[in-house]
Design a protein. Structure first.
Length: 314
């Protein structure tokens, strides 16, 4: 469930006027920005951007970039974009950070087939390159094969499961792990072509046979390497996305010097999806409310904005 608290109806012209007034004079009225944008869903934010342009012939996104600073500016910028455009920006930023491939996997494996397709279109429109082209340009070898396969997948999204296939492909995965052949072509084929429902059946078959999950089995392998790590992230994103996001948040908050990029990314991308469920899981696993953890680790307007998206005003 979504954590965002947004009104059922709103006046986009009035919201645009409120934001314009917030920018006038000396300094910016950040509280007004948060009160509007921190409580509007994607469709409403799009209407506000259009209303702002109609009224003032100015791009609201660019105005916000010039008015705000730091982590607060980055969070608001990512939030106000359409979801597919936001993912395109996140993917591009990740690719420009050498080796930051877990964000690419997140987008490829958590989003639905249709959502991923719209992200790829938005990426091409914004950067004049295809996402797969840029992924291939920034990677090599087996990592390239895995990531390109994931971002170009258009998975079947029906509920049908082939139990015999799940068993046979679970055996393939077991043999690959046993032989430490994590980068086997068959492993990549299975991960990049099967539906999520089919893959979950395969992972369940693996667990039934081995008595432990495939992600735990991979974690227990001593021969650590980048490909194995990315493979494990992909499986977790497909099979247990809530647990994946909870761990990203936990690591971001516990890190010496909070990882604001990861914290912002999860809250902004999941506030309209399943952030309430992620909050519940976070509390169960850490015995502290996510709202409180975020409030303790952040400050100022950035803190107030994240709390608004979490559905909790401090």
């Amino acid at each position: 469930m979504a954590s965002l608290v947004a009104p059922g109806d709103h006046d986009s012209v009035q919201d645009a006027e409120t934001l314009y007034k917030a920018f006038k004079g000396w300094g910016t009225n950040e509280k007004a920005v948060i009160s509007v944008l921190g409580h509007r869903n994607a469709a409403q934010r799009k209407q506000i951007r259009q209303a702002y342009w109609d009224l003032y012939q100015e791009e609201l996104v660019k105005r916000l970039e010039s008015e705000l600073t730091g982590d607060f500016e980055r969070a608001v910028y990512r939030w106000i974009l359409d979801p597919e455009d936001r993912d395109a920006v996140l993917a591009n930023v990740a690719l420009r950070k050498s080796g930051d491939y877990h964000v690419i996997i997140e987008i490829a494996c958590v989003r639905s087939a249709e959502e991923l397709l719209t992200v790829r279109r938005a990426y091409q429109a914004r950067y004049k390159h295809s996402l797969e082209e840029d992924v291939a340009a920034h990677t090599t070898g087996d990592v390239r094969k895995l990531l390109v396969g994931l971002v170009t997948a258009f998975r079947y999204e029906g509920a049908e499961i082939n139990t015999r296939l799940a068993k046979s492909e679970a055996d393939i995965l077991q043999d690959a792990i046993k032989d430490k052949a994590f980068n086997h072509d068959e492993v990549i084929r299975i991960l990049t072509t099967r539906s999520k429902t089919q893959l979950m059946a395969t992972f369940n078959s693996f667990k039934d046979d081995q008595g432990t999950s495939i992600t735990k089995m991979l974690l227990g392998e001593s021969a650590d390497n980048e490909f194995k790590t990315l493979l494990r992230i992909a499986i977790r994103c497909i099979n247990e996305p809530l647990k994946y996001y909870e761990k990203v948040l936990r690591n971001a908050i516990r890190k010496v010097g909070t990882d604001e990029d990861a914290l912002t990314r999860v809250i902004v991308t999941r506030a309209e999806k399943d952030l309430l469920d992620i909050k519940d899981l976070y509390y169960k696993r850490n015995s502290v409310a996510l709202d409180h953890a975020v409030a303790n680790e952040t400050s100022g307007d950035y803190k107030h904005f994240l709390l608004a998206l979490l559905g909790k005003e401090d």
